[in-house]
Structure formats: structure tokens, C-alpha cells
Design a protein around this ligand. Structure first.
Ligand code: NAP
Length: 302
């Protein structure tokens, strides 16, 4: 593997940006960069129709082979699924003076070793946002954090400029932290779904629909998020444990017990964590925390 040389690309408005992978993130990012006045000029995807659909709103952007994207562009985003980033990069011939960048949160940047060996710079550009609907994601991207990784200072400057043009906030990650970093993101993305699922299951036991449950639960969740934003994780925590209300938790445990071990175990595990937070926030003292822990440990699912 050879070290790449300093990347010197001139003015951002002149950078030729390309994408390999016309999926949810690729589309949203390409459209957002174009909206920010940057030149997205080339796209490749496995299915030609998908590449065409991505290029359609992009003036001057052409669908082409993956190698042609690399040959044409200064900055190439590999926006394939994580499992094929490395193989996709390996199949291509890269050159000095360009950058290969992936957008995965958990995949190490060294999967782009082939590009580095060819003299290109390699980096990571991971937007901390979900990209279900690419059109909606164009609106939700500004203000988000993008985690950047690049050993080459020239490429880091390029990634910082792209982040700034997107109206996003840059975050730089120490090497070797991607596993933890991505797991942390999971708590505030897909684990929210897991928690909502439990709440909706309880509503469904008295015949309410998921829609009815969400109508009631979403504003509650949004209130909690605002509270965290205002005063932090521990002090922003609502609920019976924060108020030292042991009897409410006893009632919850009795009500949830018939729902099965798995649900009870999940409840007691989460509740145990809230005891530590309430203690940290000063809402309960050590004796009260011990009482909560004893109650939760006695619950059958624990
Ligand atoms: N989605 C998110 O919320 C999100 C958030 C942050 C980061 N990311 C990261 O963004 C990257 C892309 O994720 P995604 O959600 O956009 O995936 P996706 O919607 O599944 O899209 C992946 C695209 O890659 C294309 N593709 C697959 N194999 C290919 C190959 N060998 N050569 C060229 N193109 C290929 C597919 O092409 P066809 O459509 O033509 O078959 C598809 O359009 C991943 O690294 C992921 O970790 C995603």
C-alpha cells in the first residue's frame, strides 16, 4: 500500500463529484450536494434505471460505468451497501489526485485500500441521519452531524467543505472507534423503534390500533427529547423513577407480568438504567435507589 500524496483540488465549485451506488443515501447526498451548488457529474449503479433516476434531477450528470465514474471524477462516493464497498473499490483503477470516500458508519476506511494503493486519498463521510425516502432526506440533512475520517489533510479539508456546504456539522472520530460510534447511533435510531414497539403492544392489549397509540405516544416522546435537549440526559428524564414513585413501578410490573418474560425482562432492564439516571440527577437518594433495584430484581423476568 502506498501513501497518497496531498490532495489539491482547487475551488469546490469546480470539483467533479461522482457516485457508485444509486440507493437511498446516494440519491439524497447527490441531490443535496447539487442543491448546495456543487457539481455531481457521474453516477453508476447496478441497475441502469436506478442510475438514470438519480441523474434525472441533476443537471449535467450522466450515468456511466463504475470505471468511467472513477476516470471522470475528483471525488467518488462509494454508496453501495457496506458488504460490497471493498469489492467494488477493488475492481476499479484509481489514480493520484482523486478521492475515494465511503458513507458507512461502521465500516473502516481501510476497506478502500485498493484506491490508496493506486495513489488516491481515502476517507469516510457518514451522515448521522436515516435515509428512508431520499426526497425527504434532502430536507432533513441540513443541521445533521456528518462524521469525517481522512488521514490526508487535503481530503479532510474537502470533506469539511462538503459538510459546510450541506449546512451540516462536522464530527471527527478517532481511529478504531467505528464499532462503538455506530452502536451509539443505534440507540437513538433503531432502538427507539424497539421501545415504541413495546409501548404499542401494550396499547393493542385493550384494542387500540398502532395509529391510535402513536398519536398519543409521539408527542410524549417529542416532549422527552425537548427536555433532554434543554437540561441533559439525566435531568431531562421524566417518569415515576425520577419522582421516587416506587408504587407506580410495582403496578407496572404487575400489569406487564402476564405479557410474558421477554417483555418483562426488557422493561426491568430499561427501568434499572433509569434508577441510575434518577440517582445521578438527584431525584432519588441511595436508599430509594436500593429499593427500586430490589423491586426490579425480584420481578420474574429479570
Ligand atoms: N440508508 C441510511 O439511512 C444510511 C445512513 C447512513 C449511512 N448509510 C450508508 O450509506 C451506504 C449506502 O446505503 P443505502 O441505505 O443507500 O443502501 P441502498 O439503498 O441499499 O443502496 C445501495 C445502492 O448500491 C447499489 N449497488 C449495490 N451493489 C453495487 C455494486 N456492486 N456496484 C454498484 N452499485 C451497487 C444498489 O444498486 P441498484 O439500486 O442499482 O441495484 C443500490 O442502489 C452504506 O454504506 C450505508 O451504511 C446509509
Amino acid at each position: 500500500m502506498t501513501a497518497s500524496q496531498e490532495l489539491v483540488l482547487g475551488h469546490a465549485d469546480d470539483w467533479r463529484i461522482g457516485f457508485i451506488g444509486a440507493g437511498r443515501l446516494g440519491q439524497a447526498l447527490a441531490w443535496s450536494l447539487s442543491k448546495a451548488g456543487l457539481k455531481v457529474v457521474a453516477v453508476h449503479s447496478l441497475i441502469q434505471a436506478h442510475a438514470d433516476a438519480m441523474t434525472e434531477p441533476l443537471q449535467g450528470c450522466v450515468a456511466m460505468s463504475a470505471q468511467s465514474v472513477v476516470d471522470t471524477c475528483d471525488v467518488v462516493f462509494l454508496t453501495t451497501p457496506d458488504s460490497v464497498i471493498s469489492a467494488t473499490c477493488d475492481r476499479l483503477v484509481w489514480r493520484q489526485g482523486q478521492a475515494a470516500v465511503h458513507c458507512s458508519g461502521v465500516t473502516e476506511v481501510d476497506v478502500l485500500a485498493k484506491a490508496l494503493a493506486c495513489g488516491a486519498c481515502i476517507g469516510g463521510f457518514h451522515p448521522m441521519q436515516t435515509f428512508g425516502d431520499p426526497h425527504a432526506a434532502v430536507s432533513s440533512l441540513p443541521g445533521c452531524t456528518i462524521t469525517l475520517e481522512a488521514q490526508n489533510p487535503g481530503l479532510m479539508q474537502v470533506l469539511l467543505e462538503l459538510t459546510q456546504r450541506l449546512g451540516c456539522v462536522a464530527n471527527q472520530l478517532p481511529a478504531g472507534m467505528r464499532g462503538r460510534y455506530h452502536a451509539a447511533a443505534g440507540y437513538t435510531s433503531q432502538f427507539i423503534n424497539a421501545v415504541f414497539d413495546q409501548a404499542v403492544c401494550l396499547w393493542q392489549t385493550w384494542g387500540a390500533s398502532e395509529e391510535q397509540a402513536l398519536r398519543a405516544l409521539l408527542p410524549l416522546a417529542q416532549g422527552t427529547l425537548s427536555s433532554i435537549e434543554r437540561v441533559g440526559v439525566a435531568r431531562g428524564m421524566p417518569g415515576p423513577v425520577s419522582r421516587a414513585d416506587l408504587s407506580s413501578i410495582e403496578k407496572h410490573l404487575r400489569a406487564i407480568s402476564p405479557m410474558g418474560q421477554e417483555m418483562l425482562h426488557f422493561y426491568t432492564t430499561l427501568c434499572m438504567r433509569t434508577v441510575a439516571l434518577a440517582e445521578q440527577a438527584g431525584g432519588i437518594d441511595e436508599t430509594q435507589a436500593t429499593q427500586f433495584r430490589a423491586l426490579l430484581q425480584q420481578a420474574p423476568g429479570h
